[in-house]
Design a protein around this ligand. Structure first.
Ligand code: SF4
Length: 431
């Protein structure tokens, strides 16, 4: 396998001269319409197959999880809510005792659980509880068979994808130290996507490659100064920061959405691992061309259509880049809850020069701008979708883009279809 070495990089043919990396951004700080970080549990519990997520929260938190994940039926559920009712400070000792009792009963009943996350929430009685101390206390009791960690899924200052960021960041201190060269792919991906990337990295002779989060608690990657990591998701600011604090180096790349994004993402790893340009082209060209052909039929529907993004998942900028460059859509506004300038640098450089970017949200003002722009399709959270549909807009739920496998060559056309489907449905309705 190749080590991390410096050789002449595989040159990108992507034209970045028209980007909007330095474009002004409209910053808004008003009322927001987003889900909280607990939502991440819905895809994380599927990814880490022997983990359990115990939300320490209120009845509202339990309802959110039940309704968001309610369509799934589990023989052995892997998340639950420990409901902490209104308690005064004097009741905190009781709350800790109660938490210990719930955890002990759960772990006694479920020896399959190897990793337990205590997930904090935003009700004031939960904020008073010190969950990191609770995790330490319980770890002493249940180590080494179960790792007990904590993170916050609170909705006070976060958006729904940041729950994954907080979860992954809590795992980094658990990683073993290593000086061996390795590639780490950071961010939850569907297993099928992970397997496809693994085959591509193998064909490029890049490795060893580890995916984080792992499928099993015992498979946490090691980390150190020779770890190079590729972000698979754009909402992992804290995770990247703590990995860098352990010596790992982030590879700068667009995110692997669409044929172009996937190629440039793979190219960043190829350059870091000394893959020759000819080998890179030999491996990726057939996959890239197949993806481009599959996108062609979606171009017929999407080219020239105008799209408006409300801030929700933090996937907005990579999606906008894909939809404008590979499908010819016109970007009326690209709103994101948070624009991480460094992590999005390669993406912003690829956006059309005049793209209207906004960060944060003042929902009423943004609704006014959306109505004035009259886009053909709006990407937004669930709370805005129904009212906008009632006003005659075609909408796409941002959360669906997080739940669906959309990364990589083989998913490029599926990703495009998520936008063509609502548009063709509306066209048929009005035919
Ligand atoms: S964490 Fe906060 S925002 Fe999320 S469901 Fe619980 S109470 Fe609501």
């Amino acid at each position: 396998m190749n080590a991390v070495i410096d050789i002449k990089p595989v040159e990108s043919t992507v034209n970045t001269t028209l980007g909007c990396a330095d474009a002004p951004v409209l910053k808004e700080r008003g009322q927001r319409e987003v889900f909280c970080g607990l939502t991440g549990i819905i895809w994380l519990h599927r990814k880490i197959q022997d983990a359990f997520f115990l939300v320490v929260g209120s009845r509202t938190c339990a309802h959110l999880l039940q309704s968001a994940a309610g369509v799934m039926i589990f023989a052995e559920p892997r998340f639950a809510t420990a409901i902490i009712d209104e308690r005064d400070l004097a009741g905190l000792a009781d709350a800790n005792t109660e938490l210990d009792r719930v955890v002990t009963r759960l772990l006694d009943r479920r020896p399959d659980i190897k990793m337990l996350f205590l997930v904090g929430s935003c009700p004031s009685e939960v904020i008073k509880l010190d969950l990191s101390r609770a995790a330490q206390r319980l770890s002493k009791t249940f180590a080494p068979s179960v790792r007990i960690l904590n993170y916050s899924g609170s909705g006070i200052e976060t958006t729904f994808t940041q729950g994954e960021d907080a979860c992954l960041a809590s795992l980094v201190p658990e990683m073993a130290a290593s000086t061996a060269p390795a590639l780490m792919v950071v961010g939850a991906l569907a297993d099928v996507v992970e397997d496809q990337f693994k085959r591509l990295f193998d064909a490029l002779d890049i490795g060893p490659v580890q995916f984080f989060p792992p499928r099993h608690a015992a498979e946490l990657p090691a980390v150190g100064p020779n770890t190079r990591f590729l972000l698979a998701q754009p909402f992992l600011a804290d995770t990247a920061r703590v990995l860098e604090a352990r010596g790992a180096q982030r590879l700068t790349a667009p995110f692997p959405l669409g044929a172009e994004g996937t190629t440039e993402w793979l190219r960043a790893a190829a350059n870091a691992f000394g893959v020759s340009p000819s080998r890179f082209e030999r491996v990726v060209a057939p996959k890239r061309e197949r993806a481009q052909m599959a996108l062609a039929r979606h171009q017929e529907i999407l080219t020239g259509k105008r799209i408006f993004f409300f801030p929700d998942s933090q996937l907005e900028v990579p999606l906008a880049r894909f939809l404008s460059r590979e499908l010819g859509m016109t970007l009326t506004e690209v709103g994101s809850p948070y624009l991480h300038r460094q992590h999005l640098a390669s993406e912003m450089a690829l956006l059309p020069a005049n793209t209207m970017l906004s960060e944060g949200q003042d929902v009423e003002r943004q609704l006014d701008r959306c109505r004035a722009a009259k886009p053909d399709i709006v990407v937004c959270g669930l709370g805005l979708a129904n009212p906008l549909e009632n006003e005659g807009f075609t909408t796409k739920w941002a959360i669906e883009l997080v739940f669906t496998p959309i990364q990589g060559y083989e998913q490029a056309a599926d990703l495009a279809e998520l936008f063509t489907r609502p548009l063709t449905r509306r066209m048929k309705l009005h035919a």
